[in-house]
Design a protein around this ligand. Structure first.
Ligand code: HGY
Ligand code: MN
Ligand code: MN
Length: 416
C-alpha cells in the first residue's frame, strides 16, 4: 500500500484556530474549560463541531448514546471506514486540548484531504465520544464503553450525577440523543490523537508519543459512616469521625501505590463530606480511590490491600464502611499494525518520537476491544492536564495531527 508522501501535511494554523474557537464554548474561570458532558455547553460544542463537519462535506451520524460520527465518503462505499476521534467533554477545571485535540485533529484530516483533493478507498469517520471524562457521570469512557459492549445502554442511561439527574434524561434534554443503535458500526481501524497528560515527551524533547499500551484503571467508591456530632462539646473518646477514617485510609492509598513504584499510582480526586459544616464532626464521607498500573496483578493487589486496610481502620474506629467498584479496565495493548502506521508516519515526517504507555484512560482503550486501534500523543507543558493551565504548542498540535493524517491515510488507502 502506497505510503503518503512526506510533504503531505495538515494546516496547523487552521487546526489551532479551531481549537481556540472551540475553547470559547464552556469557558472555565482560569483560562481553561468547564464543558462537562450533557450540559448546555456540551450541546453548544457539539453543534459547532457538526457545523464544521458539514462545511467540510461530511454527513453526521448520531447514536443512542450521543456519539457523533462525521463521515467523508471513500471510493469503495462497502469498505469499512477508518475512524478517528476522541471527546469534546471536559473536566470542571479542564484544559483546552484534552480530548478536543483528537476530535479537531480528525476534522483537520478531513479538511486537508479536501484541500489536497485526495480520495481514499475507505470512508473516514471523525468521532466525538460522549462522556469520556467520567466526572459528572461515572465511569469514564462511558459511551465508548457501551459502543464496545462493556456496559449496557440501560445501565448507562440510569447513571446519576451529584444532583440526581439521569444520563439518559440529560442526553435527551440537550437534544443529542440519536436513533442509531450503539455499536452497530463496524470499523476498519480507529486512531486517537491525544495530549500526553504527563511529563515524559516534553522532558525527553520528543515531538510524538507512539502509544503501544494503556495502563489499567480501578475506581473504588468508599462510603464511611460515623456519627454527626458537635465539634466543640463532644469529648474525643466519644467521637465517630468518618472524616478521620477517610484521612487514615487515604494515607494507606498513598503507601500502597508507592509500594509498587515506579509505575503504580493512587489517589482520591472525588471526596464528599456530610454534612460538610464547620462545627459538625462528619458522620459520613463518600470518596473514590483511583488506582492505576500497567500491570494487572499490581492493580488487583492494590484493590485487595485497600479493602483489607480500610476495613481494619474502620473496625478500629467503630465506623461503617461500604465498597463499590464504579469503574475500571485492564491494561491495554494496542494493535501492532496500527501502532506501526503511527511510528512509520513519525519517521517519514521527521518527527522525534518514542514508544510510550498511556497514563490516562481514553476511548481508544475500549474501542481497542472491537477494532484495530492505536493512539498518537503530543507533549504538554510540564505534563500538566486536568488543570485549566493545561498548555501545548501550536507546533506540537500540528506534529500530532500530521502523524494522525499519515496513519489514517495509509490505513484508508489513497486512490490515485
Ligand atoms: O481518567 C482518565 O484517565 C481520563 O482522563 N478520563
Ligand atoms: Mn481525554
Ligand atoms: Mn481527561
Amino acid at each position: 500500500m502506497a505510503a503518503p508522501g512526506e510533504n503531505l501535511r495538515i494546516n496547523g494554523d487552521r487546526l489551532w484556530d479551531s481549537l481556540m474557537d472551540m475553547a470559547k464554548i464552556g469557558p472555565g474561570v482560569a483560562g481553561g474549560n468547564n464543558r462537562q458532558t450533557l450540559t448546555d455547553a456540551d450541546g453548544e460544542g457539539r453543534a459547532l463541531f457538526q457545523k464544521w463537519c458539514e462545511a467540510a462535506g461530511c454527513t453526521m451520524g448520531l447514536d443512542q448514546m450521543g456519539n457523533m460520527f462525521a463521515r467523508r465518503e471513500g471510493t469503495d462505499p462497502d469498505a469499512l471506514p477508518v475512524y478517528v476521534g476522541s471527546h469534546l467533554d471536559t473536566q470542571p477545571t479542564g484544559g483546552k486540548y484534552d480530548g478536543v485535540l483528537g476530535v479537531l485533529g480528525g476534522l483537520e484530516v478531513i479538511r486537508s484531504l479536501n484541500d489536497l483533493d485526495i480520495k481514499t478507498k475507505h470512508p473516514i469517520v471523525v468521532t466525538n465520544w460522549t462522556n469520556e471524562e467520567g466526572t459528572r457521570y461515572a465511569p469514564a469512557m462511558l459511551a465508548s464503553g457501551v459502543f464496545a459492549g462493556i456496559h449496557t445502554q440501560d445501565w448507562a442511561y440510569d447513571r446519576v450525577d451529584a444532583e440526581g439527574k439521569k444520563f439518559g434524561a440529560e442526553l435527551e434534554r440537550i437534544g443529542w440523543k440519536g436513533d442509531e443503535e450503539v455499536g452497530a458500526r463496524k470499523m476498519h481501524a480507529f486512531f486517537e490523537l491525544h495530549i500526553e497528560q504527563g511529563p515524559i515527551l516534553e522532558a525527553e524533547g520528543k515531538d510524538i508519543g507512539v502509544v503501544t499500551h494503556g495502563q489499567g484503571l480501578s475506581w473504588t467508591q468508599i462510603t464511611i459512616t460515623g456519627k454527626d456530632a458537635h465539634t466543640g462539646s463532644t469529648p474525643m473518646p466519644m467521637r465517630r469521625n468518618a472524616g478521620l477514617g477517610m484521612a487514615r485510609i487515604l494515607e494507606k492509598v498513598d503507601e500502597i501505590a508507592w509500594s509498587h513504584k515506579p509505575h503504580a499510582v493512587g489517589a482520591a480526586g472525588h471526596i464528599d463530606v456530610y454534612p460538610n459544616s464547620r462545627n459538625v464532626i462528619p458522620g459520613k464521607v463518600v470518596f473514590t480511590v483511583d488506582f492505576r498500573s500497567p500491570d494487572l496483578s499490581v492493580i488487583e493487589d492494590m484493590e485487595k490491600r485497600l479493602k483489607v486496610e480500610a476495613q481494619k481502620i474502620c473496625d478500629d474506629m467503630e465506623l461503617g464502611v461500604e465498597f463499590e467498584k464504579v469503574g475500571g479496565f485492564d491494561p491495554v495493548e494496542f494493535d501492532a499494525t496500527c501502532v506501526s502506521a503511527i511510528r512509520n508516519a513519525a519517521e517519514r515526517l521527521g518527527y522525534s518520537h518514542r514508544d510510550i504507555i498511556s497514563g490516562a484512560g481514553h476511548d481508544a482503550c475500549w474501542i481497542n476491544q472491537v477494532a484495530p486501534t492505536a493512539m498518537v500523543m503530543c507533549p504538554c507543558v510540564d505534563g500538566l492536564s486536568h488543570n485549566e493551565a493545561e498548555e501545548i504548542s501550536k507546533d506540537w498540535a500540528a506534529a500530532g495531527a500530521d502523524v494522525l493524517f499519515h496513519a489514517v491515510l495509509e490505513t484508508a488507502e489513497i486512490v490515485e
